[in-house]
Design a protein around this ligand. Structure first.
Ligand code: HEM
Length: 416
């Protein structure tokens, strides 16, 4: 077999083809330049890619040096474009709440939102998750094949979140469209036309949810959005409309696309690894660890931004204040120093749950408990009901995006 002689400098990280399978590049980067400067198509600031597990943790732990307030650094296009500004002026200001807020402000938001996202709220959702899972499997099982992304992985989290945010079935296509628009903006690979379309979607989303917020204020229900609207913490101001809209937007984005990717990525791994599938299928008590290994291998939130607040040095690399870091969860999750035989999918991996797919520290994923619950219930039922899962010839494809990893489509066959 011909040996791959590619050097680190031969790779272009922003090449969509590389984003589809970046693991060969990551191996070299972790070994030769775990904090690697990249030419940036996104910002004038210096940009560094971080690929080693221990360094990713070090950065996420230190919020006094590494800030999550990356929204202004990435907002360049909006500031320079009058037409975009005009569209956004028809909505509410996009304030920094959870994901893009630093301590101490972050603490207020997180305390208020934790109230709504309690374990008891997630436990109450179990029955309806189970029901949606069963309905979705019923809808395709008799065909002995399906396009798993559109027939299962997209509708499950959307229906779960929509239910909790008070969105009726008829509005689900709109809901999905808004979610896609937010993700597309985050990935920073849009043409101007697409930027304008996304801006219109953002404003339409804001008006829709302003109405839902007002209706819950008048008439509370037993759902997440009522809990958010009503959340109170001693000594703290409740969430105002712009803050609520920002948080709902984050729940929409973070709670849909990521779970879709995790579900579809897991199904691809099942279809590609029949031996491993058999291990879980014959002992469903292994589903929990299987879910962790899927999260490690697939890393649906593949990376996230941090801004350097003050000059510092890490792994012998000088990082000037104002530099932008692209912290790679997907590279850290395959670091052999943490996960031996890291490229291998192993449902019995002892430390699978040490993955960083939900982040680490202050910004650790708010929805981790819900995401795990959705995945566990989904796979238990899928593995019970679908047998001999296999890929329909060559039929899967990843969507190129710098931050989110996910399959566009995945055609599978099975027996039932
Ligand atoms: C497999 C599914 C999911 C993955 C892989 C994922 C991944 C992540 C990651 C990596 C972070 C940390 C980002 C950072 O450090 O800057 C995060 C934060 C967050 N996630 Fe998730 N997430 C998932 C599901 C969900 C769900 C279901 C929800 C809500 C319904 C959610 C809501 C959030 C929110 C609001 C934050 C920001 C928390 C904060 O800054 O305090 N996520 N998620």
């Amino acid at each position: 077999m011909k040996k791959d002689t590619k050097q680190l400098s031969d790779y272009n990280f922003f090449d969509p083809q590389l984003l589809e399978c970046p693991y060969g590049f990551y191996k070299l980067a972790r070994e030769q330049a775990p904090i690697m400067e990249l030419p940036s198509p996104i910002t004038n600031a210096k940009l560094f890619l971080v690929t080693r597990y221990d360094l990713v943790i070090e950065i996420l732990k230190d919020t006094s040096v590494f800030s999550s307030n990356f929204s202004t650094l990435l907002a360049g296009k909006e500031e320079q474009d009058e037409e975009l500004q005009k569209i956004y002026a028809q909505g509410w200001p996009q304030v920094n709440t959870l994901l893009t807020a630093d301590p101490p402000e972050h603490e207020r938001f997180r305390a208020l939102v934790n109230k709504a996202f309690s374990a008891s709220r997630v436990n109450k959702m179990q029955g309806s998750i189970r029901q949606i899972v069963d309905e979705l499997i019923d809808s395709f099982i008799d065909k002995n094949s399906c396009e798993f992304v559109s027939e299962f992985a997209v509708p499950l989290p959307i229906r779960v979140i929509a239910d909790q945010l008070g969105v009726p079935q008829a509005d689900l296509p709109k809901f999905k469209r808004w979610s896609d628009a937010f993700i597309a903006r985050l990935g920073h690979m849009l043409s101007r036309e697409q930027e304008l379309e996304c801006a219109k979607d953002v404003v339409a989303f804001q008006h829709y949810f302003r109405d839902v917020i007002e209706s819950r204020q008048k008439e509370p229900k037993d759902d997440l959005i009522t809990d958010l609207v009503k959340a109170e913490v001693a000594g703290e101001r409740s969430l105002d409309t712009a803050e609520l809209l920002s948080i709902i937007q984050q729940i929409l984005v973070a709670g849909n696309e990521t779970v879709t990717s995790a579900l579809a990525g897991g199904m691809l791994l099942l279809a590609q690894n029949p031996e491993q599938t058999k291990l879980v299928q014959t002992d469903l008590s292994q589903v929990e660890n299987f879910v962790e290994e899927v999260l490690r291998m697939e890393s649906p939130t593949a990376g996230m931004w941090r801004v350097v607040k003050q000059d510092t040095k890490l792994a012998d690399v000088e990082l000037k204040a104002g530099s932008l870091l692209l912290v790679r969860f997907d590279a850290a999750n395959r670091d052999p120093a943490k996960f031996p035989d890291s490229e291998h999918f192993n449902v019995r991996r002892q430390n699978a749950s040490s993955h960083l797919s939900f982040g680490y520290g202050t910004h650790f994923c708010l929805g981790a408990m819900l995401a795990r619950k959705e995945m566990q219930i989904a796979y238990e039922q899928l593995l019970l009901r679908l047998k001999n899962i296999r890929l329909e010839q060559g039929n899967y494809q990843y969507i190129p995006n710098v931050l989110m990893r996910g399959l566009k489509h995945l055609c599978i066959e099975f027996t039932s």
